[in-house]
Design a protein. Structure first.
Length: 261
């Protein structure tokens, strides 16, 4: 699956690094843990983040973390971030809510990915990760819950990643499963109980950023449907606009400011 990512949507990215279990010469990857173990996910992410920020530092405004079975629509991600300030510590993704009476903290679902501003990444890697005051130093902890535990103590702002209709841009499931959240779907039923999004019969934003649990073949299908299919009589909201470059830039800025929260 990592190979499929590398040859498909990952080509649209500026730069990337895979936190692989072992270095793979066929893919740009680094070894971050001593063995491949699901229960070392936080340690893998911790070492990966520190490596990436040491290497790239202030070269990038935003850093994104995603699973190897996640599909990212890079154009929508860039549009989502266009009017956001990377100098402010913030993180965006699909927000889950612990509705337990004694513990109601929220966290960002790790599978569909989350994006952090440069300032948040700097705080996390240079201040938080190695300091038990901010981050627990246990290896065997879920990384998406633990990363929120750290960032909250670093006063990082959490965005809920929705459009103007309050529909999420980040999907924890494949498009087909999330688009039809029927009563028989146990994963989506669980999601309804652990999030504050309104997951009705039309839950997905028309400007999606990420889908999780996307297989290799589904990745090729997504690429085909998003970038090659033409539907007669329909076109993109911004297609065929007869503007100068500066006018088009202003138009896109205005559009994104009204459609991305």
């Amino acid at each position: 699956m990592a190979y499929v990512e590398n040859v498909k949507w990952i080509e649209q990215k500026f730069n990337e690094s895979s936190e692989d279990k072992e270095r793979n010469s066929a893919l740009p990857s680094i070894q971050t843990v001593y063995k491949d173990d699901y229960f070392l996910s936080m340690q893998k992410m911790k070492n990966g983040f520190k490596y990436v920020y040491r290497k790239y530092g202030d070269q990038y405004d935003w850093y994104i973390k995603f699973d190897d079975d996640t599909y990212i629509v890079m154009e929508n991600l860039r549009a989502f971030l266009l009017n956001k300030n990377s100098s402010k510590p913030q993180i965006h993704g699909f927000q889950l809510q612990n509705k337990n009476e004694t513990e109601k903290e929220s966290w960002v679902q790790g599978g569909s990915g989350f994006v952090m501003s440069n300032s948040a990444m700097k705080l996390l890697t240079e201040v938080g990760l190695d300091d038990p005051k901010y981050c627990r130093q246990d290896e065997n902890v879920p990384e998406d819950i633990e990363i929120v535990y750290c960032l909250r103590r670093l006063n990082v702002t959490f965005g809920i990643g929705v459009d103007k209709h309050n529909k999420p841009h980040f999907s924890p499931f494949p498009a087909g499963e999330f688009a039809y959240p029927g009563d028989g779907n146990t994963r989506v039923s669980w999601l309804k109980e652990h999030s504050n999004y309104i997951l009705n019969s039309d839950p997905i934003s028309s400007l999606p950023i990420a889908f999780h649990y996307v297989s290799g073949s589904a990745t090729y299908a997504m690429e085909y449907l998003l970038y090659k299919v033409n539907v007669m009589g329909r076109q993109s909201m911004l297609a065929h606009i007869n503007y100068s470059q500066s006018e088009l830039t202003n138009k896109i800025n205005n559009y994104t400011s009204h459609n991305f929260v």
